[in-house]
Design a binder for this molecule. Sequence first.
Ligand SMILES: [Fe+2]
Length: 283
Amino acid sequence: MMKTILKTPKMMLRRRKNEKIIRMFDHRSDENISSNSSPLKDGFGRFKIDEILEAPGLTERMRNSSIRMLPTGESRVYFSWDIPNFIWEALLNSRTLYKIVSEYIGPGVRLDDIYVKNVADGYNATAEGWHNDNVGYRLKLFMVFDTEGIPSATVVRPQQRPNLYNVNYKEEFFRTLKSKDMKSYPDEITVDYKPGDCLFFDTNLQHRGSYHAGNGTRFCVIAEFIDRNKSNALRGKAPCGPKQGRGSIEITSNGENIDLINHHLIDQSILQQTENGFRYGYQ
Ligand SMILES: [Fe+2]
């Protein structure tokens, strides 16, 4: 316990430095956004996987693929950055998706990360308390392609822009004490999942997982979208970038159905061609 308390000032100092970077880029993003009828009202929206990715039958294909792995062991979670090509294809070819993310983040938006995260009930107690992800505006798309039992839900508090990031020192402090704020608020929205559902939200919003609400498993692919210059500026300082900034994602492709080299969502500065495809991330 003492050890974690001693770490707190260091963590807060790091957050304080990041705050400046985040606010600078997010302010630009606020100036860029078209305030018209975005389907992401106040940073939040619920969709269907097959619709947002313009790919009928996609959910079923995901369910029947190798990514439907049950989380085993004590960790209660299965992570993988091995994304089948048909998912890359759908993701990069959907105009609906591109429109939503570019309107929200701005023209500098990039696909920042994509991974499979299958979660069984009882996972990740720290995310049970209200928090934001400490990276400012960033969209996360949760594509829930299957469920077993009644999986836990996500609770979000939508908020109008501008909603510039501030370090929440109180929250940081309580988090190091392992104390969780689990209050309920009148404006909160609880999102539970059925196969085929997806949740799109800005991780700058206050959110929390209610991991004890359910008793089941959620099979999910998560894609993250952020301003590329901001993400690069936060490199090594916050978990942004492919593989959460700790490596790169391998994409096996001959470029036939996926055009990574010319794609608006792919940041060319972190894309490398390899023998049998591409590598996306910090090398
Ligand atoms: Fe979070």
